[in-house]
Design a protein around this ligand. Sequence first.
Ligand code: C2E
Ligand code: MG
Ligand code: MG
Length: 587
Amino acid sequence: MPNKNLIIDFNDFDQQLKDSVIMMVDDESINTDMIQIHLEDAGYKEFIITNKSDQAMELLRKERPDVLLLDLNMPGITGFDILQEVRADIELKHMPVIILTSSSEAETKLKALELGATDFLSKPADPSEMMLRLRNTLTVKAYQNQLAYYDHITGLPNRRLFLDRLDWAIKDARREKTITSVLHIVFDQLKQINDTLGPRIGEMLIQEISVRLKECLRDNDAVTQNIQDSTTKIAAHLGDGEFTVLLQKIGQTEDAAIVAKRILAVINDVVYIEENDIQLNPSVGISIFPTDGEKAEELLTFASSASNHAQQQDSNNYLFYSKDINEKSLQRIKLTGLLRKAIDNGEMQLYYQPKIETQSNKVAGMEALIRWISPELGFVSPVDFIPLAEETGLIIQIGEWVLYEACRQNMEWQKQGLKGLTVSVNVSGIQLVQQDFSKMVSNILESSGLDPRCLVLEMTESVIMNNPEKIIKLLQQLKRLKLSISIDDFGTGYSSLSYLKKFPLDELKIDRSFIIEIDDDDDDKAIVTAVIAMAHSLGLKVVAEGVEDESQLNFLRTLDCEQIQGFYFSKPLPKEEFAKFVMQNHQ
Ligand code: C2E
Ligand code: MG
Ligand code: MG
């Protein structure tokens, strides 16, 4: 690990090199004194010097210099012993070691080379040769550091260096009884942006975030300058848009919250990249040494589970880690593990809720709704596991299973005589951005043998509006397969009417929240009336969701709402019961 931030910065590279920490081990102080004088003349400033070889290893571990100048012939512990120990030490093994040798013996040099010497300098050292060797060695080291410890997109420290710095900070804090804090920053949209706008825009966005992050950690920032002077702040990019900040020697835990608020305020602003307005929605998790944990990995994990939790509650939010959060994130990990197995183990089922023609009371079709009956957890609602499936990407596999099973079942019913029913399948936004989504749909239509006119894909308003230009193209592709498209939970998101007109939609489902109080709430009445009129003027069929009683139904009838779905007619039913329902009631 580099002691200082010795990296390649072409603006000021020579100066950076001169800031390197140089350690010398030689039993004769005349040698170390001479070298120090020469190096000081050349501008080097930081030296760790010992003439006692038995102290060398301890000093090396404590100080971790950028380069070691090592004498070979010393009484007791020799330079060979030290070199050997350095190369065997996990933390020190990549440190450059320049051997100082008066012997011109090839054998000695060969032995040192075998043990991992980086270079040789003959004693007494010739100043210009010494400068050159040192400079070359440090330059190579700087390149290595750059590659090994810094993130190439942002130039910030990477996970490895961050954890190392945190480790040091913890040791310091323990010694000096100060408080150290880790902030972990995540964003709602990054993965989706990468998938939809491409990795190049994703990288530009990450760069912009790093610039903003550095900006709000600057000491002369109006907000963070209130934090005590001795506090050091280091930002890092752990990869995939996951950022951290290390706050060392803060006066009180509230200071971490001040920095978190500042970061949220600065990063939450819209970013413009190549004509895209991107809203970032950051969330920050905070962990504290010594209260929350004692180890670097632990503090980082805790800050990360706090940021995940903050994100679920409400993005643009910060949260301190607590045992309770840890409990919840362990539960999520367990749930994800169980969900992963659930499909293969046949724990998923589809229920079907009838969609009824308002005028004739006949069953027009059904919505397929997934049910998870877990041997460990019992019934788990889709409201609880679909978001998790979306976050973990498991929705791709689940969604494909749902689509196939719904088409297969509909085909089976058609063969049994329940003809002409449409099956509506919910599609998540994550599925839509997956490559070849429409190819997957067309394969399933083919393998199940279902007439595409009997398939409706439901997508929510927010999914469609999130990236309208791209979605329009995808919907056009899907429409060529001759299936129908429905906009689900309408009214809960934000719709641009000009876009709505451009989407090739067939159906609009008014969200249940507008129907619940339609009898008593004049605003809801007005909204539903307006939405139905607008949908009709765009040539869309309207379905009202969540109709639970007759007066709601009657009101919707007066507005010519075409279809009703809700507990008034039926709850979602297992497949056998659904078939019975259709045969007994409504054909
Ligand atoms: P959704 O697509 O809007 O489905 C309608 C939800 O409203 C269903 O809840 C249904 O049981 C419920 N519902 C229908 N009529 C009434 C009523 O009269 N009163 C009340 N109180 N509720 C009613 P469910 O099955 O719990 O599903 C919830 C959500 O989970 C769905 O909302 C959908 O967004 C998601 N979901 C379900 N299955 C799938 C699936 O296979 N894939 C995806 N991506 N999402 C799914
Ligand atoms: Mg739906
Ligand atoms: Mg809905």
